[in-house]
Design a protein around this ligand. Structure first.
Ligand SMILES: *Cc1c(COP(=O)(O)O)cnc(C)c1O
Length: 494
C-alpha cells in the first residue's frame, strides 16, 4: 500500500509520512490527511499488548513499512521510560461513567499524549529526509499545547521552538508553567489578543512568501506543533483503543460491544482521533463532542452550519475557548467523500464570511456518528460539585464539560451505552475554579492547590509540585499584529 498524504484542499502533491510531519500543514493552507483507506486492525491481537506495543501497531499504520522499528523506539522513549505511569492512561470510574485520564504526562494535560512523541517523530523524519536545515517549531496555544510542546522540544537537536500564548487567555498555572520553561532552544511570547488571533497568525506565517525567503537564506524552515500536524493526531488514536481494552480487561464490556466516547473539545483533534480509531475497527456507537459557552461545535453538529460570527467568551475552561476549530476540516473532508475542492470552497467561505454550511448529504453522515452539547460556566461549577458529591471523583473544568454534556445527552436520548469520558486535564491545573466549585470559597491559585489536596485527598499532579517558586524566564509581550515580524526577526537572528 502506498502510504501518502494529501491536503484537504486538494492543491498539493502527495508526500510521505516523514514529509507530512516535517511540513506540518498543506502548501495550500489545508490540513494533511492520509490518501489511503484506514485498515481495520485485529482487536484481539491488540488487546494483549502493553501501551508501547499498542502505540507502535496503531501508529505504524501511517508510516512506510520499513519505519516500524523506528516508531517502536520512539514510543518506548515517549511512553515507556517513566514520563507516564505504568498504564499510561488510567481508566477510572465515577458512578456509572468511565473516565480515561489523559493527564499523567509532563504538563498534567492531555496534550502530553501526542507532544511527548512528536519530537521523536520529528527528529526521525528529519533524518529520513536528510534534512540539515534547522526546524523552527511555531506553536499557538490556548494554554496546554504550549507547555507540552516546550517540554517535548526543549534541547532537541536540530530544532528550536517559539510558543505564542494569549495574555489573559490562559490560567495562572498554565502561564507560570510556560514562562518558567528552561531549555536553550525555547522562547515563550505573550500575545495581546486571543487564541484565535495567535493561531491564525501562525497559520499565515506558514504561507508567507517573505518569511519563506528569509528562512531559505538562513537555512531554516518552519513547522508546526499544533494539532494541525498529523503527528499530533496519530498518537491520539492509541488511547481510544487502550481505553476500550481497559473496559474489556475490567470485564465491564465484552470484546466487540459498542461504547460511546464523550470528548471535551476545542480544536477537535482529540475527538477526531477517536473517529480514526473507529474507522480502524474500534466498536464505537457515538462520539459526543462537549464544549463550553463557546458552543460553535454544538451548533455545527446540530445544524451543519459553522458560524464563527459570534462573540468570543473567556471561560473557566480556557483550553476550549476557541472559535476556529481547525481539525473539523479533516472530518468535513472525509464526510463529503474526500472532495478537496468542496472543502476548499467551504474554507474560503469561512475565511471571507466567517460561515459555511455543509450540504445535506454530508451533514446526515456527520449526524449519524456525532452528538454534541455544551455547558455554561455556572453549569461547569455545578457539575464539578455534583460529581464529587455523588461519586467522590474530582473533575477539572474541561472534563466537567464532558461529564455534564454526557448527562444531558443521556437524559435527552435515553442512550445508555457505556461511555468513556476523556479527562483532558488534572483538576490541579485549574485549582481556583475547582476549589470554588466544591467548597464555595475564592482562594489564590497556590492556596487552592494545597487546600484542594487537603480536603479531597487527590494527589497533586507531579509537574505542579513546586511550580510557584520557579523563576520567570520569559517576559516578551507583543501585539497580535506583530507576530509575523517577530518570527522574521527570530529567523534573522539565527
Ligand atoms: C486542548 C485541550 C482541549 C481541547 O482538545 P482539542 O483536541 O483541541 O479538541 C480540551 N481540554 C484541555 C484541558 C485541553 O488542553
Amino acid at each position: 500500500m502506498k502510504k501518502t498524504y494529501i491536503s484537504t484542499r486538494n492543491l498539493q502533491k502527495e508526500i510521505n509520512f516523514y514529509q507530512a510531519i516535517v511540513q506540518g500543514i498543506g502548501d495550500d493552507g489545508g490540513l494533511l490527511v492520509p490518501q489511503f483507506d484506514l485498515p481495520v486492525l485485529d482487536l484481539n491481537k491488540l488487546a494483549k499488548m502493553n501501551y508501547v506495543d499498542l502505540a507502535t501497531e496503531v501508529i505504524s499504520v501511517f508510516v512506510p513499512e520499513e519505519g516500524k522499528e523506528l516508531i517502536h523506539e520512539a514510543c518506548q522513549h515517549a511512553y515507556g521510560e517513566g514520563l507516564f505511569p505504568e498504564d499510561v492512561v488510567p481508566v477510572k470510574k465515577a458512578g456509572d461513567v468511565f473516565i480515561a485520564e489523559l493527564f499523567h504526562g509532563q504538563t498534567a494535560a492531555f496534550k502530553d499524549m501526542a507532544l511527548s512523541l512528536l519530537p521523536y517523530l520529528m527528529t526521525l523524519s528529519l533524518k529520513q529526509l536528510n534534512e540539515d536545515r534547522l526546524v523552527m517549531i511555531l506553536a499557538a496555544t490556548s494554554g496546554d499545547t504550549g507547555k507540552a510542546a516546550l517540554e517535548g522540544f526543549k534541547d532537541v537537536e536540530g530544532t528550536c521552538i517559539k510558543v505564542f500564548y494569549p495574555l489573559d487567555g490562559v490560567s495562572a498555572i498554565q502561564q507560570q508553567q510556560m514562562v518558567s520553561q528552561e531549555g536553550k532552544n525555547v522562547k515563550v511570547i505573550g500575545i495581546k489578543g486571543n487564541f484565535d488571533d495567535a493561531q491564525s497568525a501562525v497559520k499565515v506565517a506558514f504561507g508567507d512568501q517573505q518569511l519563506k525567503e528569509v528562512s531559505d537564506q538562513h537555512h531554516v524552515f518552519l513547522s508546526s506543533a499544533n494539532s494541525i500536524n498529523v503527528g499530533r493526531l496519530i498518537p491520539q488514536i492509541v488511547y481510544y483503543f487502550h481505553s476500550y481494552f481497559e473496559l474489556v480487561r475490567k470485564q465491564e464490556i465484552h470484546m466487540g460491544d459498542q461504547i460511546n466516547f464523550c470528548v471535551p473539545s476545542g480544536n477537535f483533534g482529540n475527538c477526531l482521533a477517536g473517529w480514526f480509531a473507529k474507522n480502524m475497527g474500534l466498536p464505537v456507537n457515538k462520539f459526543i463532542a462537549a464544549s463550553n459557552k463557546n458552543n460553535i461545535l454544538t451548533d455545527f453538529f446540530t445544524t451543519g452550519q459553522y458560524d464563527a460570527n459570534r462573540e468570543f467568551y473567556k471561560t473557566n475552561a480556557p483550553a476550549m475557548d476557541i472559535l476556529v476549530s481547525s481539525n473539523l476540516e479533516r472530518l468535513v473532508w472525509y464526510m463529503c467523500g474526500k472532495d478537496g475542492n468542496k472543502v476548499r470552497t467551504y474554507m474560503e467561505e469561512l475565511k471571507s464570511n466567517g460561515i459555511y454550511k455543509v450540504d445535506d448529504e454530508t451533514f446526515a453522515k456527520i449526524k449519524a456518528q456525532f452528538a454534541a452539547g455544551y455547558l455554561t460556566e455556572q453549569q461547569v461549577m455545578q457539575t464539578i460539585k455534583e460529581c464529587y458529591e455523588k461519586t467522590g471523583y474530582v473533575l477539572d473544568t474541561h472534563t466537567a464539560c464532558g461529564y455534564g454534556v454526557l448527562k444531558q445527552y443521556q437524559e435527552a436520548t435515553k442512550d445508555m451505552t457505556r461511555t468513556v469520558v476523556l479527562s483532558t486535564a488534572s483538576p490541579y491545573k485549574f485549582p481556583e475554579s475547582v476549589y470554588k466549585a466544591l467548597f464555595n470559597e475564592d482562594l489564590d491559585v497556590y492556596d487552592a492547590i494545597e487546600k484542594l489536596h487537603e480536603k479531597t485527598g487527590v494527589a497533586i499532579a507531579k509537574p505542579l509540585v513546586g511550580i510557584k517558586d520557579k523563576e520567570v524566564l520569559h517576559k516578551t509581550h507583543i501585539d497580535k499584529t506583530e507576530i509575523i515580524d517577530f518570527i522574521k526577526s527570530e529567523i534573522e537572528a539565527i
